[in-house]
Design a protein around this ligand. Sequence first.
Ligand code: SF4
Length: 228
Amino acid sequence: MIFGGLERFTLIDYPGKTACMVYTIGCNFHCPYCHNPELVNETVEITYTEKEIFDFLDERKKMIDGVVITGGEPTIHKDLVAFIKKIKQKGFLVKLDSNGTNPEMMKEMLEKKLVDYIAMDIKSPLSMYSKIVSRPVDIEKIKRSIKLIMKSQIDYEFRTTIVKSLLSPEDLEEIGREIKGAKNYYLQKFVSTKILNPQFQKKVTYSNEEFENFRNKLSKYVQNCGIR
Ligand code: SF4
């Protein structure tokens, strides 16, 4: 595989662990608020080979607990499973960030115990997905991924980036119903920095107080609801 980024150290992207992050190139969604346009548009200037990633991991073995694999959307790459297998053989924990469009690959990874933590984006209520991500979506796949993750024995989180003009309080409550019983759900404030659709630069998220209200409401559906 070829990678579009390597973050050498992070304390915040793998809950409770020290990690590095590798970024895969390409995505099957086109979320207007995406913070990684160069990965989605496949215009990254600096890339890394698998060998470079593994050489780096060999150097860092004693300094980090895990590897976060993010994107783009990692699961669009057929050779991702083989890549993760090699990381596990080196003794690292693996966290996968995914939009949930490839439940078949996720199932294989869970059955083979290749992932230790999954963070899946929940873009919107299921009925609104295509509109939010600007791509056709097989919603059955999203549903299967949610079920698979919730039935798994590993740590996981669902998370939603919230742009006020895209998601209403009722939409958020609908998401709560659709992931009812989940262990962790995070409400993420949209931050207008470098994003995929420049027209979204001026969009805003809700106030801190409104986020607290959402958290209170959604806490009745999930075991832990946090704000980021
Ligand atoms: S936010 Fe995630 S799913 Fe959406 S376009 Fe960006 S990388 Fe793809």
